[in-house]
Design a protein around this ligand. Structure first.
Ligand code: NAP
Length: 328
């Protein structure tokens, strides 16, 4: 399948910005659909990138946006519900139906869908994971009737601009020597955003990936406590991370979910009751060597000299050949 024009929903987010940079430098034209295109003018300096605003995201408004696109990539997802419109069901299931319907009426032959590791409509342990599973199923069953569909199911994603290491770094800067951590034993295999976007780019025109679901993981498994300790060490802070037991973790979730921005919620607590690890790593299937946190995290979180190194390599990173992104 030959693809030239790609429409990206969620292209302004953390993964989206890395993906758009990758695709633009590979010569694709990217149209990003955003609720607030005016906030992301910097993206337009990339070659062949266009930002468009739509009203409500429904099949009627999306169809003309998709009209001349050869592929649609849907990256929209939320970690917490935030009001009537931003519910898990609306974003992860109903919106997927609308995207699929708009692809069908606009004649888009290729759809790539972002899901999450452990997403499962029937047995997902949280509302987040159940709705993600349902949306992923619908992308394939409903969408598969008219388009070639591939979905990606990453563990937690890290890289410049992430909301995992950066979030913990911000919290650790505020912590007075002790850091109480919910779900300290939850296990993750953090996956580099450069590898995630490489998986999308490699699959785009590759028939062997049509109809497939790829779990995406990094090369090493960590508990949440180890990752927070790693963050503190990278920041040069001697903060002591105190793992909370199950009761304390549930109480912390209940307390933090009523704060603005919901830094942690009961549904997040439920999602962490299952390890976020891959059985079979889709990155390896796609011929992508998974990048370790040590190669990248100190470069955006660490000391001034480490960050300078990142600045020097940044051009390579945005221009990314595989060897360049591995050097980071
Ligand atoms: N980051 C991770 O560790 C991780 C792990 C597993 C799976 N994922 C999934 O990967 C995808 C991308 O993640 P990310 O970290 O890049 O997310 P992100 O930074 O929060 O970006 C998501 C984008 O979706 C759009 N969006 C959010 N809420 C929306 C709404 N209610 N209606 C319409 N658009 C909305 C936003 O675009 P505008 O504001 O421009 O409209 C935003 O740029 C998500 O589906 C996420 O669930 C992420």
């Amino acid at each position: 399948m030959k693809i030239k024009n790609i429409c990206i929903l969620g292209g302004t987010g953390f993964v989206g910005q890395h993906l758009v940079a990758k695709l633009a430098f590979e010569g694709y034209s990217c149209r990003i659909v955003s609720r607030h295109p005016q906030r992301y003018r910097a993206l337009q300096v990339l070659p062949a990138v266009e930002l468009v605003q739509t009203g409500a995201l429904d099949a009627r408004t999306l169809e003309p946006v998709f009209a001349d696109c050869d592929a649609v990539i849907n990256l929209i997802g939320i970690l917490n519900e935030a009001g009537k419109e931003d519910t898990f069901r609306h974003i992860h299931v109903e919106l997927v139906d609308r995207v699929v319907d708009a692809c069908r009426s606009a004649g888009v032959p290729r759809l790539m869908h972002m899901s999450a590791l452990n997403a499962n409509a029937g047995s997902g342990v949280s509302q987040y994971l159940r709705t993600r599973g349902e949306g992923e199923n619908r992308a394939h069953t409903r969408g598969g009737a008219s388009a070639a569909v591939t979905s990606f199911r990453p563990s937690v994603i890290f890289g410049p601009g992430d909301s995992f290491f950066n979030r913990f770094a911000d919290l650790l800067q505020l912590a007075p020597g002790l850091f109480p951590l919910a779900c300290p034993d939850a296990r993750f295999a953090p996956v580099f955003v450069g590898d995630v976007v490489a998986a999308f780019a490699k699959s785009l025109e590759d028939k062997a990936t049509f109809g497939r679901h790829y779990d995406l993981c990094g090369p090493r498994v960590f508990t949440l406590k180890e990752l927070v300790q790693y963050t503190a060490k990278t920041l040069g802070r001697g903060t002591r991370v105190i793992g909370l037991g199950d009761f304390g973790s549930r109480m912390q979730a209940r307390a933090l979910e009523i704060l603005p921005g919901k830094p942690f919620s009961y549904d997040n607590y439920l999602s962490m009751q299952i390890d976020s690890l891959c059985g079979k790593n889709g990155l390896e299937e796609l011929g992508i060597h998974p990048t370790d946190i040590d190669t990248v995290v100190p470069a955006f979180l660490g000391s001034e000299s480490q960050r300078q190194r990142y600045q020097e390599l940044r051009t390579d990173y945005w221009g990314f050949s595989r060897s360049d992104s591995r050097r980071l």
